[in-house]
Design a protein around this ligand. Structure first.
Ligand code: ADP
Length: 186
């Protein structure tokens, strides 16, 4: 499913493994210690190889932890991309602790990094919706709205954003959120 925006820009939903799809930059759902974990982070480090963690070790040494809403950039090792943006999403508590703004901020950080680095094609997983417990429907509408808002701006270098979703249920929830968003944008 996809949302086509002005001047050939598009937002697409795909089912699958984010480590398999060729883009310019892959977003990882990391933790603030940049220390590697399970879920999509584990998959990205396994597929990318040890150079990613070596670069993150160096970043941690120089700058310390990566706060919620920010992201660390590494090269992509053996992944089919140039960069990985290791973004730190919020841990969901009850939705009243600023989680929506933090999640929105996390997507904005990655979009800004993509613009800085000349990225045309960018892929995201559903940040914070696994171990970090963010309710899927709410996270999906925040993610899609934030990206669509960015792509609708006149002068973005980013042309295409893929949401690569791991299972059918997650894809279905994003598809629903995307049709609602398309309705709103008409
Ligand atoms: P977080 O800690 O931010 O919640 P997780 O990795 O636990 O991050 O989960 C984020 C999302 O990534 C979940 O929807 C999970 O199902 C999904 N996921 C896990 N592995 C992959 C993968 N290889 N490609 C894309 N998405 C994945």
């Amino acid at each position: 499913m996809e949302l086509n925006l002005s001047s050939g820009k598009a937002l697409r939903l795909l089912l699958g493994d984010i480590t398999k799809i060729r883009v310019d930059a892959i977003v990882n759902a990391a933790n603030s210690q940049l220390q590697g974990g399970g879920g999509v982070d584990g998959a990205i480090h396994r597929a990318g190889g040890p150079s990613l963690m070596r670069e993150l070790d160096q970043i941690r040494k120089e700058s310390g932890d990566c706060p919620t809403g920010s992201a660390a950039v590494t090269t992509a090792g053996a992944l089919p991309a140039q960069f990985v943006f290791h973004a730190v999403g919020p841990i969901y508590q009850d939705g009243q602790q600023g989680e929506p703004d933090q999640l929105r901020g996390c997507y904005r950080t990655c979009l800004a990094l993509a613009e800085e680095r000349g990225v045309r094609m960018l892929s995201f997983p559903a940040i914070s919706t696994g171990a970090y417990g963010y309710p899927l429907a709410e996270a999906a509408s925040i993610a899609l709205e934030t990206v669509a808002q960015h792509l609708r701006a006149a002068d973005t270098g980013v042309r295409e954003v893929l949401f690569v979703l791991w299972d059918q249920g997650t894809l279905d929830i994003h598809a629903k959120a995307l049709s609602r968003l398309a309705g709103k944008l008409e």
